[in-house]
Write a protein that binds this ligand. Structure first.
Ligand code: DCM
Ligand code: DCM
Ligand code: DCM
Ligand code: ZN
Ligand code: ZN
Length: 268
């Protein structure tokens, strides 16, 4: 996701973590404001473009070698490359958070990575290999020439929010938090945590990846690539995609909160 998506997901998580978890991560991140998670949510996207951070580029996705739209699936052994992937990264940075010998700077970095990667794993095209996660599929969005990956990361979320400031993210997060607590997602939110097990971060995050990847077949390219190529997707395609984007932001924020709670348990 772009900045707006990551910050929205982080604000949703801040709304659901326990007060002990909030205290613990505010200390780890050195920020006692209400934006302690949202303020670091995009750090990993800056870091991956630095020479010191290049190693972390593959950690933002898992390249599912499935066959959309007829067959969607993710397989850890098949799809997590030798340079790593988002599932392996979630496992690694979770174990760093749990290791009593981790330094303060290791904990700070691991927390920043987890806030970002649990967001990215919920972007359907971050769980897809085809055309480099859709980056090689040229599309239009209104008068803008871009690609399928980019409209899911950025153009469609920004069209809905009508902006991309931290305040836009906080506002969207507030709306989705209300939907989870008392609205459209109330009856399903508990099911989003099914299969989550802090002792098995690979199985847990493979569940999230499999769930997200299914939307590649159902929503991202239900009729394959050719009807999308060089087409303006800011009309009906956007209208169909938006509920999936909203749902994936809500799931990502709710699952991130639960994961941070499991990490922080017993630490304060
Ligand atoms: N991005 C950045 N610096 C750049 C290019 C992009 O911070 N020079 C950010 C903004 C994009 C995001 O990276 O929305 C996309 O990253 P990804 O899709 O890998 O999460
Ligand atoms: N940005 C964004 N969405 C846009 C344009 C920019 O999220 N439509 C982000 C990317 C950078 C920051 O805002 O992190 C500053 O962008 P710029 O350098 O384009 O002013
Ligand atoms: N990306 C992806 N899967 C790939 C390659 C890239 O999901 N196999 C994502 C990472 C960025 C965006 O696509 O969010 C653009 O990647 P890059 O900046 O590496 O071109
Ligand atoms: Zn992306
Ligand atoms: Zn990313």
């Amino acid at each position: 996701w772009g900045n707006l998506g990551h910050e929205t997901i982080a604000y949703i998580a801040s709304n659901f973590v326990s007060s002990e978890t909030e205290t613990y991560f505010q200390k780890v991140l050195g920020n006692t404001s209400t934006s302690y998670l949202a303020g670091v949510a995009t750090w990993a996207d800056t870091y991956k473009y630095t020479s010191a951070g290049l190693y972390s580029k593959p950690y933002h996705f898992i390249d599912a070698q499935d066959d959309p739209p007829s067959s969607c699936n993710v397989d850890y052994d098949r799809d997590c490359g030798s340079s790593g992937c988002v599932v392996a990264a979630i496992q690694n940075y979770t174990s760093i958070m749990q290791d009593s010998s981790s330094s303060d700077s290791d904990l700070d970095m691991a927390a920043k990575f987890l806030v970002h990667f649990i967001g990215d794993i919920h972007q359907p095209l971050h769980d897809e290999n085809l055309d480099y996660g859709g980056n090689d599929i040229d599309v239009k969005f209104g008068s803008t020439s871009t690609n399928l990956h980019h409209i899911w990361d950025t153009n469609m979320p920004e069209k809905y929010a009508d902006g991309y400031t931290l305040a836009d993210a906080e506002n969207w997060a507030q709306n989705l938090t209300t939907e989870i607590k008392t609205g459209a997602y109330k009856s399903q939110a508990a099911s989003w945590l099914k299969g989550m097990n802090i002792s098995d971060p690979v199985a847990s995050s493979m569940g999230w990846a499999t769930d997200s990847n299914a939307y590649v077949c159902s929503t991202v390219m239900p009729d394959g690539i050719s009807p999308l190529e060089n087409t303006d997707l800011s009309g009906d395609y956007y209208t169909t995609a938006l509920p999936v984007i909203q749902l994936q932001f809500a799931k990502a924020g709710y699952r991130l909160a639960a994961w941070l709670d499991l990490i922080a348990t017993g630490k304060t």
